[in-house]
Structures are given as structure tokens and as C-alpha cells.
Write a protein that binds this ligand. Structure first.
Ligand SMILES: O=c1ccn([C@@H]2O[C@H](COP(=O)(O)O)[C@@H](O)[C@H]2O)c(=O)[nH]1
Length: 272
């Protein structure tokens, strides 16, 4: 099934806009796992199994695995998600971007090696750098637009003919790059008004929204500015606040409780 259709199904049939981020940091693992031979897999798989019914997507961040020389673990983890939770799509957070001849290898990395359903990309190199991903019509192509970090405005807010660059990015992607209907945008929860400006320009295009939890974004403001008319349209992502909600042997139960609280908070505001 196409990424966008799987996502719609999660939103509508499972009533959740929560994207669970998978950013393993062994120093934060519970003591009983820290020195286990397959600790990164065991930790992440336990989180996945504890939160799958609460998630509209999982988002493993590739640097967290690569820095640990654990790309093989990432492959196994994504295979585990597809086998045990086939209805929950996987977004590979890789933020790739390069000239076309290299980009096609990044596309093969994301969709063939890792079997991701969607990938995050940096649009700075322009259309030809993204085309190899756009050509996979069944896969989600999630482009950085207005990132959650404090320095995001350094370039993204620069005036670009009467509008900030991030709005030009949003307009161009919605108008010219979305012929296959497989684009989405990253818009940080830390800038809810700007997220609203993006929403006003891209119709119902899905928005991946990191920046709540550890980065302090306001869920209620995100929903006010970002929901589509049918009360969906957002993948509200949280990593550390879910992963490290507990530090004992019951870490997966604590992660589930954190994900459930987030889902319920979102739904209270969505339906309230
Ligand atoms: O603008 C962006 C784009 C990506 N991220 C990624 O999301 C998570 C956020 O983690 P938290 O622990 O929930 O803060 C992380 O993987 C980032 O690389 C982002 O934060 N902002």
C-alpha cells in the first residue's frame, strides 16, 4: 500500500497522530540492557512492541544507528516492524540530499536496503536531487521545510521575493514536485504559527512535526495551526520523551504510558 494511504488509515482507523521516534542512545538505556550483546535492537524492539498500536508511524533516525556502527540493527529493526506491525509505516529519518547520480543510491539505500516506507530529505539541492525519490510513487518523500531547531531560521526565514524561503519551499513542492501525491513536509512544533502558514499553502499535505517533548513545542498550538479540516494531516513526532520516559526494567511500559498520554492529549484537543 502507498505510504500516504497507510498513514491515512492509521489516522482514521486507529485514531492516532503520534509518530514514535527511535533514537537509541545506549548511555540512557536501563542498566540491565546496557551491556547486553544486542542492546540496541532489544531496546528499540521493546519500544516498538509496546507502542505500535498507539503510533501512526515509527521514525528511526539513521545517525543514531550509524554512529554506533549499528546499521545492521536498523535493518533488522525495520524488518521487525514490517513483520510484527505491518500496518505501521516506517519513516527513515535520513535527511539526505545530493546530486541526482548519488541521490539514486540514497533512494536505493532508503527503499531497498532499509525497506523504509518514507524518507526525510533536504531539498536544498533542488528538484533533480529529489527526483529519484519522487519516482517511487508508493513511498513517502518528506522534505525539510521549517525545521524545529533554533538555527532553522538562519536560512529558512530569509526573504525570498516577499516571502520567507520556507514558504517558497512549501509552495514549490506542493505545486511542482507532488505529481505522484507522495510528498510531505517537516515543520517543527517549535514554530506553530509558521506551521500554520505552511498548512495554508499546501492543502492537506501531511506534515511531520518534530519538536514536542524534549524540545518544548506546544501540542495544542500545533493542532490549532496544523490540523486539516478532517482533523488529521499531522505526524506529531516524539523521540526522547517516549524512549526515556522510564529508566528501569519497566522502561517499555513507561514508554507506552508516555505515548498514550501524548495520543490522548492530541485527541482531546482534536475532538474538543
Ligand atoms: O526539524 C527537525 C527535523 C528532525 N528532527 C528529528 O526529530 C527527532 C526529535 O527528537 P526529540 O527527542 O523528540 O526532540 C530527532 O530524531 C531529530 O533528529 C528534529 O528534531 N527537528
Amino acid at each position: 500500500m502507498r505510504f500516504h494511504d497507510t498513514l491515512q488509515k492509521r489516522w482514521r482507523e486507529h485514531g492516532t497522530l503520534v509518530c514514535v521516534g527511535l533514537d537509541p542512545e545506549p548511555a540512557k538505556f536501563p542498566a540491565h540492557l546496557r551491556n547486553a550483546p544486542d542492546a540496541v535492537f532489544d531496546f528499540c524492539a521493546a519500544i516498538v512492541d509496546a507502542t505500535a498500536d498507539l503510533a501512526c508511524a515509527f521514525k528511526p533516525q539513521i545517525a543514531h544507528f550509524a554512529a554506533l556502527r549499528a546499521e545492521d540493527v536498523l535493518e533488522r529493526l525495520i524488518a521487525h516492524i514490517h513483520e510484527h506491525h505491518p500496518d505501521v509505516p516506517v519513516i527513515l529519518d535520513a535527511k539526505r540530499g545530493d546530486i541526482g547520480s548519488t541521490a539514486k543510491h540514497y533512494a536505493s539505500e532508503a527503499f531497498e536496503r532499509y525497506q523504509a516506507d518514507a524518507v526525510t530529505l533536504n531539498p536544498y539541492l533542488g528538484r533533480d536531487s529529489i527526483q529519484p525519490f519522487l519516482d517511487h510513487a508508493d513511498k513517502g518523500v518528506i522534505l525539510l521545510c521549517r525545521t524545529s531547531n533554533p538555527g532553522g531560521a538562519d536560512f529558512q526565514a530569509l526573504d525570498c521575493g516577499g516571502a520567507p524561503l520556507y514558504l517558497r519551499v512549501a509552495e514549490t513542492i506542493a505545486r511542482d514536485w507532488n505529481a505522484n501525491g507522495n510528498c510531505a513536509l517537516v515543520t517543527g512544533a517549535t514554530w506553530p504559527e509558521e506551521l500554520g502558514e505552511v498548512r495554508a499553502r499546501v492543502g492537506d499535505m501531511p506534515l511531520l512535526v518534530p519538536g514536542i517533548g524534549a524540545q518544548g513545542g506546544d501540542v495544542e498550538a500545533v493542532l490549532r495551526h496544523g490540523l486539516t479540516a478532517d482533523g488529521t494531516g499531522l505526524m506529531i513526532s516524539s523521540s526522547r520523551a517516549i524512549l526515556y520516559a522510564g529508566s528501569g526494567e519497566d522502561f517499555a511500559t513507561a514508554a507506552r504510558a508516555a505515548a498514550q498520554t501524548l495520543r490522548d492529549t492530541i485527541n482531546r484537543h482534536r475532538h474538543g
